[in-house]
Design a protein. Structure first.
Length: 210
């Protein structure tokens, strides 16, 4: 008897056999290379983040630790998780408990953390989207999704105007997580519900001179 799996795979093989040998070129005539002055790019990015109900905290690089500590204190985060490669200078003003994440820690255990602090790879001002690529200072996807608070440090120099410009800075082979504000959805009565599929609170610390 043929199993459902064998049936499905057989149909896939048949479809591939009928497909053209050469790939079909994909037109890429969309706009690229757009730029804006730092002030305008920051204003656009901030506007989009606030529209998504994210907290925005611009600061200079030398105030990173101070602002991160203020955000964590205001959110009542006494115990946080961090990726192994996070710049620990960002935490020097924080007096709470810090746990370094690793692949050996089961994802459900991350729910006991009050929050997480990560860096970011690149961001898109036009859509207010932050891209994480799993680098050492950003960590695994579970770390940024399970805790209820995500404090994300973004350098203004990594904020691009549009999606094509932002995607061009990513490494395609790396796992990419896109964040556009706190996790949110709507219930059956179209009432907004936050924190269902990720952090309820997103705080973005934008280093304006980096």
């Amino acid at each position: 008897m043929t199993t459902a799996r064998e049936t499905v795979l057989g149909r896939v093989r048949d479809a591939l056999a009928l497909a053209p040998a050469a790939g079909t070129p994909v037109p890429r005539a969309y706009r690229t290379g757009r730029t804006l002055p730092d002030e305008e790019r920051l204003a656009l990015f901030t506007d989009r983040l606030v529209d998504y109900r994210a907290q925005v905290h611009p600061c200079t690089a030398d105030r990173t630790a101070e602002v991160v500590a203020e955000v964590l204190r205001e959110c009542g985060a006494g115990r946080i998780g961090v990726p192994a490669g996070l710049d620990r200078q960002w935490l020097t003003a924080y007096d709470g408990e810090v746990e370094e994440d690793s692949a050996d820690i089961p994802a459900p255990r991350l729910d006991s953390l009050d929050g997480v602090v990560t860096a970011s790879a690149v961001s898109c001002a036009e859509t207010g989207t932050i891209f994480l690529d799993g680098s050492a200072d950003q960590g695994r996807r579970a770390l940024s999704l399970v805790p209820d608070l995500h404090v994300c440090v973004v350098d203004l120099s990594t904020v691009e105007v549009g999606v094509p410009e932002a995607v061009a800075r990513l490494v395609p082979e790396r796992p990419t997580t896109l964040i556009s504000g706190p996790s949110a959805t709507s219930d059956i009565e179209l009432e907004r519900v936050e924190g269902v599929h990720g952090p309820r609170t997103l705080a973005v610390v934008i280093r304006t001179d980096m």
